[in-house]
Ligand binder design. Structure first.
Ligand code: NA7
Length: 566
């Protein structure tokens, strides 16, 4: 394994070569580095914008940031030592704990030495003649690599609406995804939170209990939030989890959503509301995402969904003391789970506090941000602090930001003008030797992410190994395979209720983005069977090329090799 460095290597093309460059050091980039470097013996460089590992969990450090997947499955399953070494303290892990876990994983696997922190990819271009990728970074360096692998997460480009006057605000303000590392003090402050998605729903109760002078929430769309029922885990819980790890992971890895839950097949169609409540109540008490799996046709049957939605609406009305306020918090404009369904801890009860109020911006829109606060069509609200919990340019935003250029200079932006087009969410026609871990058109955000990440990393690593062992230089999806996967994605989404909602799943939270369903909703279980079969059939739908036209003009040779004895 060669030990070349990204720094100062631009004078010598040989020294700038890596077998693979990975962008991102979160869950996916760390595991991909381990697989390619430690199991295949390849030379690998990870480029990471942040100053440490963690990805999403490095950036999203706002109060209350917590994973909605249960901790015992929000981790790697591939390494028994890591599983043995690590103990989760709560049912759902809080951000500092996930970050600590990923730091431990990076140290345990000795990954840091191949990660370039504080470095951002500015352009990645495929060199047609050499058949390699040239990756440019903001420190002025260029790295050449055989494979270019994006591990950038699905929600990593923060989005703040283009409110007029936003920069004029003289108080403190931030987006939740760019939260400062130092503690933020809300005590005696007039605080605004804009946005009531999964993030807003987590941070609002935390700020409310941090003794602000007053908290004002600006809501555009009320959400259906289900109780998390978080609790500390004790030794008995942990022993039970450890005793059943194999079973838990088998179930998670073969399920439709990457969670260790049995599939649901029941329908609420034809059931009385009384019967529906009887089925939902235990799941509501249990808390968590399993609530969504009470009925198997939740996202395909309008009748089932409406009954489940009505159940949640009733719970909101029972919790919020002021009936008028409760009605503002009750969602009516979309079906439950067609926008990312949040879990909550004390979210609705927070509105019973005297020091918390709600502004419905559909009634009184935000007109502009002023030096002292937020002006709506009704009045000017004065604030010391504004928190934008306004989401992300999801799924494609970070990939497009990197200025990726494929064959003949085709940019990803041009390619995806009408929405993402991929084959299996793993590769893109026109972009050879590029892989997208949990890319658009793969199940990703509709699943427990570490499970989907492990599937993708393992598939990509196997593909790379196949190429290396067989002296194949390039892998690239065919146009036909890509078109057919893109059509399939759309057709599957159209069989569900998802396209009826304005959501970031549909790209609709970002102005001017094409409206298209971006993750794959065909089920993670079927998806994993599909990608496995594709590999077993010799990478069906991909074109594999043994030589590169004009290869050699730049004196480069592939330096890939598989570890001896592997
Ligand atoms: P989301 O789910 O995109 O939520 C963003 C929130 O911000 C949502 O309530 C939006 O209302 C609101 N928003 C966006 N633009 C505006 C404007 N212009 N005015 C008022 N309100 C606005 O992002 P999150 O960070 O909560 O969650 C993202 C994912 O991260 C989450 O699903 C987890 O997977 C982790 P809208 O609903 O669009 O009307």
């Amino acid at each position: 394994m060669s030990e070349t460095s990204i720094r100062g290597s631009s004078e010598s093309p040989e020294q700038t070569d890596y077998d693979a460059v990975i962008v991102g050091a979160g869950f996916s980039g760390l595991y991909e580095l381990h697989r390619l470097r430690d199991e295949l013996g390849l030379s690998v460089k990870v480029i990471e914008k942040a100053s440490d590992v963690g990805g999403t969990w490095y950036w999203n450090r706002y109060p209350g940031a917590r994973c909605d997947s249960e901790s015992h499955v929000y981790c790697y399953s591939f390494n028994d030592e890591l599983l043995d070494e690590w103990d989760w303290s709560e049912r759902y892990p809080e951000q500092p704990e996930v970050l600590e876990y990923l730091r431990l994983a990076a140290d345990h696997l000795d990954l840091r030495r191949d990660i370039e922190f504080d470095t951002e990819v500015t352009t990645a271009e495929f060199d047609d003649s050499a058949g390699t990728w040239k990756i440019h970074t903001d420190d002025g360096e260029t790295v050449r690599s055989q494979f270019f692998i994006t591990a950038v997460g699905c929600l990593s480009k923060p989005f703040i609406p283009d409110f007029e006057g936003i920069e004029s605000f003289e108080g403190w303000w931030t987006h939740t995804g760019k939260w400062p590392h130092d503690p933020v003090d809300f005590e005696d402050k007039q605080v605004a939170v804009v946005g009531t998605g999964a993030t807003g729903i987590q941070i609002i109760p935390e700020i409310a209990t941090s003794n602000p002078a007053h908290l004002t929430v600006f809501q555009r769309t009320p959400n259906y939030a289900v109780p998390a029922r978080n609790r500390p885990l004790d030794e008995d819980d942990r022993a039970e989890i450890r005793d059943n790890y194999d079973e838990i992971f088998d179930l998670a890895h073969s399920s439709g959503f990457g969670h260790p839950f049995e599939a649901a097949y029941d329908t609420a169609e034809g059931l009385s509301m009384e019967e529906v409540e009887k089925r939902l109540e235990p799941r509501w008490e249990e808390g968590g995402f399993r609530f969504m799996l009470t009925f198997g046709d939740l996202v395909t049957s309008a009748e089932t969904n409406e009954k489940v939605s009505e159940f949640i609406r009733q719970k909101i009305r029972e919790t919020v003391d002021d009936p008028d306020l409760a009605e503002k918090l009750v969602p009516r404009d979309h079906y439950y789970a067609t926008k990312r369904p949040p879990l909550h801890t004390d979210y609705y009860r927070t509105y019973n506090r005297d020091d918390v109020s709600l502004v419905d911006v559909t009634e009184t829109p935000i007109e502009r941000i002023t030096p002292s606060g937020i002006r709506t069509s009704e009045t000017e609200h004065e604030f010391d602090m504004i928190v934008y919990a306004t989401g992300f340019d999801a799924m494609t935003g970070t990939l497009l930001q990197m200025d990726i250029q494929g064959r003949n200079g085709l940019t990803l932006e041009e390619k995806w003008e009408d929405g993402p087009k991929t084959y299996l969410g793993l590769g893109i026609h026109g972009f050879p030797n590029m892989f997208t871990i949990t890319g658009p058109q793969s199940p990703s955000v509709l699943t427990n992410m570490p499970v989907s990440i492990e599937h993708h990393v393992e598939w990509i690593s196997d593909a790379v190994e196949h190429l290396v062992r067989n002296d194949i230089r390039l892998i690239e999806p065919t146009k036909e395979a890509e078109e057919s996967w893109t059509v399939h994605n759309r057709q599957v989404a159209e069989q569900t209720l998802y396209p009826t909602a304005d959501s970031w799943y549909m790209n609709q939270n970002i102005p001017d983005k094409p409206t298209v369903f971006t993750p794959y909703i065909g089920g993670a279980d079927l998806y994993h069977d599909t990608i496995r079969e594709v590999a077993e059939k010799g990478y069906e739908g991909f074109e594999l090329t043994e030589s590169v036209t004009n290869l050699g003009q730049q004196g480069e040779q592939p330096r890939l090799r598989v570890m001896e004895g592997d």
